[in-house]
Design a protein around this ligand. Sequence first.
Ligand code: S3P
Length: 445
Amino acid sequence: MAASQVAVIRGPVRKLYGRVRVPGDKSISHRLAMLAAVADGESEIEGFLEAADCLSTLACLNRLGVRTRLEGGRLRVSGRGRRGLEEPADVLDAGNSGTTMRLLAGILAGQPFFSVLTGDDSLRRRPMDRIVRPLTAMGAQIMGRVGDRFAPLAVRGGDLRAICYRSPVASAQVKSAVLLAGLYADGPTTVVEPAPSRDHTERLLRGLGVHVETRVDAEGGFAAQVTPPTRIPPIRARVPGDFSSAAFWVAAAVVHPDAEVTVEGVGLNPTRTGFLEVLDLMGADVRAEVMGEAAGEPVGTVVARSSKLRAAEVRGSLIPRLIDELPLVALVACFAEGTTVIGDAAELRVKESDRLAGVADGLTRLGVAVREEPDGLVITGPAGLAGAELDARGDHRLAMSWAVAALVASGETRVVGAETVAVSYPGFWETLAELAGPVARLRPA
Ligand code: S3P
């Protein structure tokens, strides 16, 4: 990670207008790189996200003997085939990236060699038992710190048994880890979730000719089942723009009194766009239109304008479909008439930071009436935001949420940890300047 930075932003900005594109989807970039690594032959992926998280995935794949070349957003991967990865001579460092660690653990569970996965301070505090449990049930040996709960994880994989795993959490990372391990199992492997999480893995596998079935089971669980293929063909794909990156500009537009922002080329997979549904409930002036398809995903344009907003209740099966946008839901709620309740969101406590605590603290500093609950937040609006010093807590999504808040806060806001945006959104500060003018100055901390 780059040296620590503070973004100093003087708000409120006068207006917010423009037409922008966002970088490639992070979730899809990770998955494409990993699948290309175990495919036969040369894959070519356009629009690969060149951010720290996805670069961590590439570095791990390189240690597993996979050659990759990344030039101007085009990633070429020399696939080693399903059984061709090599035992790494050193530890695999997933950096800040939960997706890298959890999905790669699924692939490593199927490899007949020893490997060690580690990550930065934040990632080594995040729960890994959620993947260790199903992967060991399939026959992999995995050990980790504190009773196999935390990384570093030592993995010795091999031939795997097919299982049906009922995950207690709706998590695409858990589901994907098990489905990827399922590529190496002795029969069809099933994962059942309590609510649907993002389905990029299922879509990509299907696009590669792998048999994946999804259904609602007798107990109302959401099941995905993969049948192991004999081979994975090379990939040609274009990565859609990341909806989670677009969401910052959509949020900025709806809370600003003089704004219209268009985001083009953005992924509109319905398992990712719960934020648009909440904005609709809140009465926001936002339109999304699907214009085409890329990597098996709907892609289109989102137009967001200044809006008169009302409070909403956000809980239940919506939560996994807007999990990374919840800090923005909280921010938008500050501008809505009434009390917004976010519930069933305890998962936010185990993201790159404890996002419930981080959001509650930041909004309080901005002068908002917010109450932190064990699994959510209660926010009463509308509230005028007063510029403050806000800490990203090492979390890229908090840094960007605070930068958006600063655009509508009065006076100076200082975002400590501004460099963390590089984890998922290189070019964030440049796009902010395109829309709002040169209002943010980056300084060494
Ligand atoms: C992701 C799944 C989500 C999300 C994360 C990316 C993925 O995590 O928060 O940013 O790429 O599968 P969980 O599976 O832990 O909910």
